[in-house]
Design a protein around this ligand. Structure first.
Ligand code: B1M
Length: 221
């Protein structure tokens, strides 16, 4: 079985590296049919492919159109796998509300959407503010919805300061003590979280669920 899984993981990764959305979707369906864990299919398959393209982009061996096409292929595959993740978590009762968005100026949402799927399948109600979310919108929504946790994703070093701005505005509005703050995304780290006064940082979607549960005092498992 493991050999079969390795072949599907390779197919998922290659589909992203070769910008083939149809093949990514097809491989995602195959992964589900063959009993491969959908989260593993994302992490070790699709995300592996996007990392390859990201590295090529950094070395100027791939360019923006390729980055866009790889992102589209990754989205096509993750959509299928995320639906499966959510299907499996449907019977779970609601653990709390998480408000989440990608910060102002930042359009990256693949990772955020995976975090959302994982949270929903773990039993959280998630309110997704989308991408390019202005700091004032985060604060207004926190006031309106009163979630247990607000989460901010940032993939660019130029947009990560938006997370600090939101925390400052929450403090100014007297809301900081009423909501836990978690941050994530490739431009962030534990150190950055400490520096800006966030309550937690998560490196991936599994860690995000674990840390959000811990922040809310919910038993793990
Ligand atoms: Co962009 N991009 N991109 N890009 N892009 C990066 C981030 C980059 C590192 C690529 C590189 O140079 N190697 C680089 C940033 C450099 C930097 O700032 N240091 C970069 C750049 C420069 C840019 C543009 C500026 C390029 C240009 O226009 N010249 C531009 C900016 C647009 C904008 O946002 N204003 C741009 C555009 C794009 C696309 C639109 C083409 C596309 C995004 C498509 C989309 O999201 N809808 C894209 C992509 C695909 C990437 C890379 C290749 C992949 C990102 C991704 O989806 N990873 C990326 C390279 C990289 O990250 N290595 C890159 C897979 C995903 C599963 O991982 O998002 O990290 P990730 O999410 C993880 C964790 O981080 C965590 O859990 C997730 C799941 O495990 N997590 C959280 C994420 N959010 C969380 C929130 C939490 C907790 C955990 O709590 C709230």
């Amino acid at each position: 079985m493991e050999k079969q899984y390795a072949r599907i993981l390779q197919k998922l990764s290659k589909a992203v590296e070769e910008f083939d959305a149809d093949r990514a979707k097809e491989a995602a369906i195959e992964a589900i049919e063959e009993g491969l864990d959908p989260l593993r299919a994302i992490d070790e398959g699709l995300a592996k492919g996007i990392r390859v393209i990201g590295e090529l982009f950094e070395k100027k061996e791939a360019f923006l159109p390729e980055l866009i096409m790889a992102g589209e292929a990754m989205k096509a595959g993750t959509q299928v796998l995320m639906e499966e993740i959510q299907k499996r978590g449907l019977s779970v009762k609601k653990l709390g509300t998480v408000l989440i968005g990608t910060v102002h100026g930042d359009l990256h949402d693949i990772g955020k959407n995976i975090v959302i799927s994982m949270l929903e399948s773990a039993g959280f109600e998630v309110i997704d503010l989308g991408v390019d979310v202005a700091p004032e919108v985060f604060v207004k929504k926190v006031e309106e919805v009163q979630p247990g946790v607000v989460g901010m994703s940032a993939l660019l070093t130029t947009t990560a300061p938006g997370q600090e701005k939101v925390i400052k505005l929450l403090r100014d509005a007297g809301l900081r003590d009423k909501v836990k703050v978690i941050i994530g995304g490739a431009a962030t780290s534990e150190t950055w979280a400490d520096e800006i006064g966030a309550d937690a940082h998560a490196a991936d979607a599994v860690e995000a669920v674990r840390k959000i549960k811990a922040l809310l005092g919910i038993k793990q498992g």
